[in-house]
Design a protein around this ligand. Structure first.
Ligand code: SF4
Ligand code: SF4
Length: 430
């Protein structure tokens, strides 16, 4: 559970000197230029709400929801104010006091909790695919033929997987154990949209001498619900995942998506503080750049043979990984170790891409304006590809890059590590 809102407000009252530094780093403020968009303004609104001076109006809810949760304000605050935590706590209070909006209630309280329902809905989406979507073959993606609620027709949409990742195996995916058996948490995006990244992870684990166990009854990590203040759904999903991975023979659980990783490792501890079982689960959670290193991967080649680099790559830091977990050197170390790759930094690699879960659905225009700045920074490096470690960022980057003149590929770190055997290297070679 987020820290008690009163505790956070008290801390802010003591620490915040209203210097406005948070304004200069907030990606939302940079676009809307209103005090209500920035941490300092939101703190003041939350204080008024708690004092009973403001009711939960549509406008107030919008101000509280128009935040990426990127943590740039907290990271740069000279006085250590955790404004992003306060905003999350306020969303939980909002749900407690006025309930979820109908679309969020349907998604979080029914669909997200039921893999059966998700399968049926996506299955129907697949059947209607020809009517709803047109293919963009060069991008391996889709665009809607017409806009739908929350889905603009300009948006790049990943094709629905068939079959879904975990359905490709009988009961649970269990590779013969050569060495240690590693749990694999795939999350919704790999399960339903990007099974190739799940398969690449399994191949990398196998080649590195690990067995794999990916239980079929794992569900959404719960972060989308938590980020919208629905702690009840987040807790229910967390409990199911911890049960699914309750296997004493699995000592590490690999989570390819940086945001799922953050939530399984840190978020579950907040949902269930002081619970030794949750602490033990959290200690097992790891992610690719912590798990793999250049030594256990062996020499990997991406791009053409020969000593000269043939591919230029840059890296986008997912907020949950960089600010949430302080993981940013490890993925770079892995990318620099790849033969055939020239690694270049973009300007502000830690600037949020604008995805932020439902923020991208509800405020697509704003999300896209934030994304355009990221795309410009990527393009300025003249890189052939941008690598990231979060599935949400990957979808967002693919959306932005589908509109650039110069062809730039977005890759998950796992795809880059897969090297020349990976499906993506051909299309990357200059
Ligand atoms: S940077 Fe920190 S101290 Fe300054 S206004 Fe923002 S929250 Fe307050
Ligand atoms: S978390 Fe990010 S988007 Fe939200 S107020 Fe802070 S800097 Fe702005």
């Amino acid at each position: 559970m987020p820290m008690a809102i009163e505790t956070l407000l008290e801390e802010i009252a003591q620490k915040c000197v209203r210097c406005g530094i948070c304004q200069s780093v907030c990606p939302v403020f940079a676009e809307v230029q209103k005090e209500s968009a920035v941490a300092r303004g939101k703190v003041s609104l939350i204080r008024k709400r708690l004092a009973g001076e403001l009711e939960w109006s549509h406008r107030l809810s919008t101000y509280i929801l128009q935040c990426l949760g990127c943590g740039a304000c907290s990271e740069n605050c000279p006085n250590g104010v955790k404004a992003d935590d306060l905003i999350l706590a306020c969303r939980a209070l909002m749900v407690e006091e006025k309930g979820l909006s109908l679309p969020k209630w349907v998604v979080f309280r029914t669909i997200l909790r039921s893999p059966f329902l998700i399968r049926r809905l996506l299955g129907a989406g697949s059947l209607l695919s020809g009517f709803l979507f047109k293919k963009i073959p060069e991008e391996s993606g889709l665009r809607l033929r017409f806009s739908l609620p929350y889905l603009d027709k300009e948006r790049w949409i990943p094709p629905i997987a068939s079959p879904f990742f975990l359905d490709r195996f009988d009961d649970s995916l269990t590779l013969p154990v050569a060495g240690e058996k590693v749990g694999l948490f795939v999350g919704c995006t790999i399960q339903y949209l990007f099974p190739s990244i799940g398969e690449a992870t399994v191949r990398l684990l196998g080649r590195s001498g690990y067995g794999v166990k990916a239980p079929r009854d794992q569900v959404c990590c719960g972060l989308p619900a938590f980020g919208s203040g629905d702690l009840e759904t987040a807790k229910a999903l967390a409990a199911r995942n911890m049960e699914a991975f309750d296997d004493a023979s699995v000592h590490r659980i690999l989570v390819p998506c940086g945001s799922c990783f953050y939530f399984l490792k840190e978020g579950y501890l907040r949902l269930f503080p002081n619970d030794p079982k949750v602490k033990a689960f959290s200690e097992k959670i790891t992610e690719p750049s912590l798990f793999f290193d250049p030594v256990n991967l062996g020499q990997r080649q991406l791009g053409g043979p020969g000593p000269q680099p043939t591919i230029r790559l840059t890296y986008h830091d997912p907020c949950h990984l960089r600010r949430g977990m302080k993981i940013y050197q490890e993925p770079r170390r892995l990318l620099r170790s790849l033969s055939g790759v020239e690694f270049v930094e973009m300007k502000q690699p830690n600037r949020c891409c604008g995805m932020a879960g439902s923020f991208n659905l509800v405020y697509y225009d704003l999300s896209r304006r934030i994304l355009e700045k990221k795309v410009q920074d990527i393009d300025s490096t003249r890189a052939d590809g941008v690598v990231t470690s979060c599935m949400g960022c990957l979808i967002q980057l693919k959306d932005g890059l589908s509109r650039t003149k110069r062809k730039i590929k977005a890759l998950h770190l796992i795809e880059a590590l897969e090297g020349e055997e990976g499906p993506s290297s051909d299309s990357l070679t200059r």
